[in-house]
Design a binder for this molecule. Structure first.
Ligand SMILES: C[S@@+](CC[C@H](N)C(=O)[O-])C[C@H]1O[C@@H](n2cnc3c(N)ncnc32)[C@H](O)[C@@H]1O
Length: 242
């Protein structure tokens, strides 16, 4: 059973927490830019939150891949209720082979599931090999550049993270997420160093790989509520080009 089978509905509902829209979604689509007419693969798509938004943003075709049967069930259920033409497959990204290359790969919180440098390289290879030359990978990740020293709370955003004070490769980073209705649940990411991430992208064959800053939706930019998130982001966006 995949980790998310047990927390599928809680995770889906966590997409309603305000930082998801004001920062995560806004930043992701700002980095993606114009995807009109693009073929897109959404790796670790979960319940299809971004898969649907990518299709609505004009992507010609979007396929979502996730290891969790329950997350894929929720994604297919949403597709059945409001058909958008998204395709969903239950697969482990580590063994996934795309039948044809795409213009854009999206990977929102996939890479932080790699426990070893080898697993991270494998994820990066799958992202790379799924792209046409010049195609882009865009995603979000646990902010491995600034791991928490022990337990750190971003309570005002519904998040807390905990790990050993000086994490080593493969250490667990435990997230505690509190949904808007007060329900709390936990999930585990894995720490790998910034150097390991750089090597994995390079060895997979990507031309460019960079971390980005988070951006706040223009309607909320004067709201000091977001200052700490921007100054000390628990999660970070990235992009790379094949
Ligand atoms: C934090 S959720 C993100 C879901 C979605 N990208 C989003 O932002 O809403 C992480 C997802 O990664 C999936 N996952 C973890 N390891 C995976 C793997 N090896 N192959 C495919 N999916 C994986 C989990 O099942 C889970 O749905």
């Amino acid at each position: 059973m995949a980790e998310y089978d047990a927390i599928a509905e809680e995770y889906r509902d966590s997409k309603q927490i305000r930082f998801r829209g004001v920062i995560e979604r806004f930043t992701l689509f700002q980095i993606l830019g114009d995807i009109n007419g693009s073929r897109v693969l959404d790796l670790a798509c979960g319940d299809g939150f971004y898969t649907r938004l990518l299709k609505r943003a004009g992507a010609a075709a979007v396929t979502g891949i996730d290891i969790s049967a329950e997350m894929i069930r929720l994604a297919k259920q949403a597709e059945a209720e409001h058909p958008l033409g998204c395709t969903y497959l239950q697969r482990d990204v580590a063994t996934f082979e795309a039948s044809a290359t795409v213009d854009v790969v999206v990977a929102v919180y996939l890479l932080n599931y790699a426990k070893t440098a080898e697993q991270l390289l494998r994820f990066c290879q799958v992202c790379h090999d799924s792209l046409r030359p010049g195609g882009r990978l865009v995603g979000f990740n646990d902010n491995i550049q600034n791991p928490p020293k022990g337990t750190v709370s971003w309570k005002e955003y519904g998040l807390a993270k905990a790990c050993r004070p000086d994490p080593v490769e493969g250490d667990v980073i435990r997230y505690s997420i509190t949904n808007s209705d007060g329900r709390r649940f936990e999930l585990d990411n894995f720490y790998l160093s910034p150097k390991t991430y750089r090597s994995a992208f390079r060895d997979a064959g990507f031309r460019e790989f960079r971390w980005h800053d988070v951006s706040v939706h223009p309607a909320e930019r004067s709201n000091p509520h977001w200052d700490r998130f921007v100054a000390d982001p628990p999660v970070l966006p990235f992009s790379a080009i094949r």
